[in-house]
Design a protein around this ligand. Structure first.
Ligand code: BDR
Ligand code: CA
Length: 317
C-alpha cells in the first residue's frame, strides 16, 4: 500500500499557482507526495483561463495523465474580482503559452471533490486550496459527509499581522469569496492557514531566481521567467525585496508542517461588504472563549522551504 501523502490542489493559475503546481509535480516525481488531481476555480483570471493554464502546466511537467477539473466560474454571492494587474491578461505572464494537450475532465470540480472525498479512506487526502474557496465550500455543501475523507485543508489565504494585498485588511483569495472561506472555516475539518503573515517571509530574491534559472532543465528557466514577471507587483506595492511565494508555501505546509510556526486559534471571516470585507478576526489570545478551528501559521523556515522548492523544480523535465 502506498502511504505517500495524497494531495488535491484547488487552484486559479496564476503565476504563483504555477510555481505551486510545478513544485507539487516535482515532489510527486521525487516520491514525496502523490498528487491526485487539480481542481480549478475562477480567481486570478476567469475560469476558462484558470482551467486552461492548469492544463498547460501539466503539459510543462509532462503529466498529461493528471486529472484536471473545472468548477465554479464565480464566487458564491459576489461578482468575480480578478487580478490581471498582478498575473497578466492570461494569468501566466512571462512566458509564451501553447494550446494545452492535457484534457479537461467533464465532471464539475465540486462534484468530483464531494464524490472522491466521501469514497476515500478516512482522513486520507489533504486539500490545498490556493485560490478562492468557492469549490471547496460547494463540495462541503453538496456532500457534508465528504469531510470523512479529508486529512486536512491547508489554505493559502487571509492575513492578520500583515496588511492586505487587495484591501487594507484582506488577501486576494479570501476577498474574492469571503462567504466560501467562512463556510470552510466553520466546517469542523482540520484546517491550517498559510496567510500573508507567512508568505511575506518567503520571498524571491535575485539569488533564488538565479538558482532556478541555473537548473539544467526547461522548467527551471520557465519558472524563473514567470516569477521575474510576477514579482514586480509586490516589490512596488509592499517594498518587499522580492515576490512572495504565496501558493508554494501552502504545498510546503501540507508536506512539511514542521517548517511553519503555528498557533491554534479561533478565526472568523468578515462576510459583510465594506472596507473590512474578508478581514480575518483571529482570536490570538483566546478572548472569545471559542474553540480553535484553525492552526494559523506565522513563521516559516524560508531557507529549508526554498531549498526543497528548488529541488522539486529540479526534478521536472
Ligand atoms: C493569493 O492571491 C493570488 O493572486 C495568489 O495566486 C495567491 O493565491 C495571495 O493573496
Ligand atoms: Ca492562487
Amino acid at each position: 500500500m502506498n502511504s505517500l501523502p495524497k494531495i488535491i490542489i484547488d487552484t486559479d493559475p496564476g503565476q504563483d499557482d504555477a510555481a505551486a503546481i510545478l513544485m507539487a509535480f516535482g515532489l510527486d516525481n521525487l516520491n514525496i507526495i502523490q498528487l491526485q488531481a487539480l481542481t480549478c476555480v475562477a480567481g486570478n483570471v476567469p475560469l476558462p483561463l484558470t482551467q486552461k493554464n492548469a492544463r498547460i502546466i501539466c503539459d510543462w511537467a509532462n503529466r498529461q495523465d493528471m486529472s484536471v477539473y473545472q468548477g465554479a466560474d464565480r464566487p458564491l454571492l459576489k461578482p468575480l474580482f480578478t487580478a490581471e494587474n498582478v498575473h497578466g491578461k492570461n494569468g501566466l505572464d512571462g512566458v509564451v503559452l501553447h494550446e494545452p494537450k492535457t484534457p479537461l475532465q467533464s465532471q464539475h470540480a465540486a462534484v468530483f471533490l464531494a464524490e472522491t472525498l466521501s469514497q476515500a479512506a478516512d482522513h486520507s487526502i489533504s486539500i490545498c486550496p490556493i485560490g478562492p474557496l468557492t469549490n471547496i465550500a460547494l463540495a462541503l455543501r453538496l456532500n457534508p459527509e465528504c469531510v470523512s475523507g479529508i486529512k486536512e485543508i491547508v489554505i493559502m489565504g487571509g492575513t492578520f499581522f500583515e496588511t492586505g494585498n487587495v484591501t487594507p485588511l484582506a488577501d486576494f483569495n479570501f476577498f474574492v469569496d469571503p462567504i466560501a472561506a467562512q463556510i470552510v472555516l466553520q466546517s469542523g475539518v482540520p484546517i491550517r492557514i498559510v496567510p500573508l503573515d507567512v508568505t511575506h517571509k518567503a520571498c524571491l530574491s535575485e539569488k533564488r531566481i538565479n538558482a532556478l534559472r541555473a537548473l539544467p532543465n526547461q522548467n527551471g528557466k520557465r519558472l524563473a521567467d514567470i516569477l521575474q514577471s510576477y514579482e514586480r507587483f509586490d516589490i512596488q506595492q509592499f517594498g518587499l525585496d522580492g515576490g512572495p511565494l504565496h501558493d508554494p508555501c501552502a504545498i510546503a505546509c501540507a508536506v512539511y508542517p514542521q517548517w511553519f510556526t503555528q498557533k491554534e486559534v479561533y478565526v472568523e471571516i468578515n462576510t459583510h461588504s465594506g472596507i473590512a470585507e474578508a478581514a480575518c478576526s483571529v482570536d490570538w489570545h483566546g478572548k472569545s472563549g471559542k474553540k480553535p478551528n484553525v492552526s494559523w501559521c506565522y513563521q516559516i523556515d524560508d531557507e529549508a522551504f526554498f531549498e526543497q522548492f528548488t529541488q522539486a523544480i529540479a526534478a521536472l523535465p
